[in-house]
Design a protein around this ligand. Structure first.
Ligand code: ATP
Length: 488
């Protein structure tokens, strides 16, 4: 669109370039100034960007119209303006940090150059060419923001890594099994006998009895102690995630597999692989595990390369695995493969004589953790500890002592806060539930074990002894839906 310039405007014919058509067509804003700093040429792009019309500016001082203030609103004296300085000294300038103000009072960031125009070696004016760089500035801003986020995340990862390393050192550092009771002595004897073989060990015992501790002990006593012991809590992963956790995956094996990843079998090469809560494995994962145990080799998910590993397998469960076999929830062949050398970890109530030694061991660790100097437990307190049934075993004892240690103002613990509902009982009590809650829990547990398969020989309906349609309607009624769990 050609610009119409009124004949009355002080348009300097010598100054105005012959190729005005070209200047009108470009996307950059262009101003021409005469030696007094008044506009003699304005192209349509400049009009669009500033909102000022040609007729409103020609012959006028442009600095006062839209270059009067800095970005922060402070006054911008004309003497400081690079364009006007070029008019004075004839030197070209380029400016990247400045704003122009629009007619409507808003502003936009600009890049502009001011170039002197000479005719017959005489300075006759200045051409300013400018560009709206809002998008560029926004991109820079987002980039800076993203970089700050990356920086923060990398700092967070570094500190998490530091924390995990410390935690790992802490975990692997203490493998002492406290207790001199006959049952514990027998268990330790068994540990020593089997440690230096490569036989698979199955550790059974209630929750919190020390099964993982026994596994770590076994690893430390074995010839593999300088290689890693890798633990997997089978209950913490959904069936599909567990497979990739155990066997690893190739890049692109499934959505989200953006790079190749080694599984825990590979990481445990030449060391020990500890499968905690092994009863929670789905039947499908059990078959795969069986194959790996038999062949000592496997493929990563999405991969075809057969990977051979040398591992010592240790498994643990708080379930009666044989009962799970009878219920059709655990493969019998796998059970026999795992149960080569069973070790039973006794519950705390079966070895209350170990209480003083255990308490002293735990207090020693707590003093380090809490920065306290607790010397022991009072006689009365010890009596309370010795008459409790300990459904949560050593872990529960640790928790009670930690709570008491935090609350205590003295260096002797008096044990105030024993859970009274368990006192004097001989068996672990389970939480009170309605019939519907118990049914829902049982159905869900069964479905989880069977990888949420409902029908067929290996389906939950068959195991529960109901037709699949009945199971589906019970699930609907009880609000049971498949859960996708993601851990780690
Ligand atoms: N004999 C023991 N001597 C010292 N500490 C023990 C002993 N037994 C258990 N502990 C401690 O009790 C806590 C629970 O033990 P651990 O995690 O090994 O139990 P677990 O049987 O594997 O539990 P879960 O079945 O819940 O996985 C750990 O901090 C462990 O160090």
């Amino acid at each position: 669109m050609a610009t119409k310039i009124p004949a009355t405007m002080p348009l300097d014919k010598h100054f105005l370039p012959e190729n005005q058509l070209l200047l009108n067509a470009v996307g950059e804003g262009i101003y021409g100034f005469d030696l007094n700093g008044n506009a003699v040429f304005i192209n349509p792009a400049a009009e669009r960007m500033t909102g000022w019309k040609n007729e409103e500016l020609l012959g006028k001082n442009i600095h006062n119209c839209h270059h009067h203030s800095h970005a922060d609103g402070s006054h911008y004296p004309q003497e400081d303006c690079p364009i006007y300085n070029t008019l004075k000294d004839g030197i070209a300038r380029e400016i990247t940090h400045d704003v122009f103000w629009r007619k409507d009072g808003s502003s936009f960031p600009v890049y502009y150059s001011s170039t002197p125009v000479y005719r017959d070696n005489k300075l006759i004016g200045v051409v300013a060419i400018f560009r709206d760089i809002s998008i560029q500035k926004q991109t820079e801003q987002s980039l800076r923001h993203a970089l700050a986020q990356v920086q923060a995340l990398s700092e967070q990862l570094a500190s998490e890594n530091h924390y995990l390393q410390a935690e790992l050192a802490d975990k692997t550092g203490d493998v002492d099994i406290s207790g001199g009771s006959a049952v514990i002595r027998h268990m330790i004897q068994q540990l020593h006998m089997v440690a230096n073989t490569d036989s698979t060990v199955l550790i059974c015992g209630e929750n919190g009895t020390g099964k993982e501790l026994v596994a770590r002990n076994l690893h430390q006593l074995s010839r593999r102690k300088d290689k890693p012991m890798i633990s997997v809590n089978c209950a913490a992963f959904s069936a599909s995630l567990l497979e990739s956790e155990l066997f690893g995956h190739e890049k692109g094996a499934f959505t989200g597999a953006t790079s190749q990843r080694k599984g825990r079998f590979e990481l445990a090469h030449q060391g020990t692989l500890f499968l905690d809560e092994v009863a929670e494995l789905s039947l499908e994962a059990q078959s795969k595990l069986l194959r790996v145990i038999q062949e000592q080799s496997f493929e990563r998910l999405g991969g075809s390369e057969t990977i051979k590993v040398d591992i010592r397998l240790v498994a643990a469960s708080h379930h009666d695995l044989l009962k799970r076999v009878e219920q059709g929830l655990f493969r019998m062949d796998l059970y026999y493969r795992l149960n080569v050398f069973p070790i039973q970890v006794p519950p705390l109530r079966a070895r209350l004589g170990d209480m003083p030694e255990l308490v002293s061991h735990i207090l020693h660790t707590l003093n380090r953790k809490l920065g306290k100097k607790i010397r022991g437990v009072s006689q009365k307190g010890l009596k309370k500890l010795m008459t409790y049934s300990w459904p949560g075993n050593v872990r529960e004892l640790q928790n009670i002592l930690e709570r008491e240690a935090i609350l205590s103002q003295t260096d002797i613990l008096h044990i105030h806060a024993m859970p009274t509902h368990h006192l004097q009982t001989q068996t672990a009590a389970s939480p009170l539930q309605t019939l519907a809650e118990a049914e829902a829990q049982h159905i869900e547990q069964t479905l989880k074990q069977l990888n949420w398969r409902i029908s067929g020989a290996n389906g939950a309906a068959n195991v529960l002894g109901v037709p699949p349609s009945t199971l589906r309607s019970r699930m609907k009624k009880l609000g049971i839906t498949r859960q996708i769990t993601r851990a780690c």
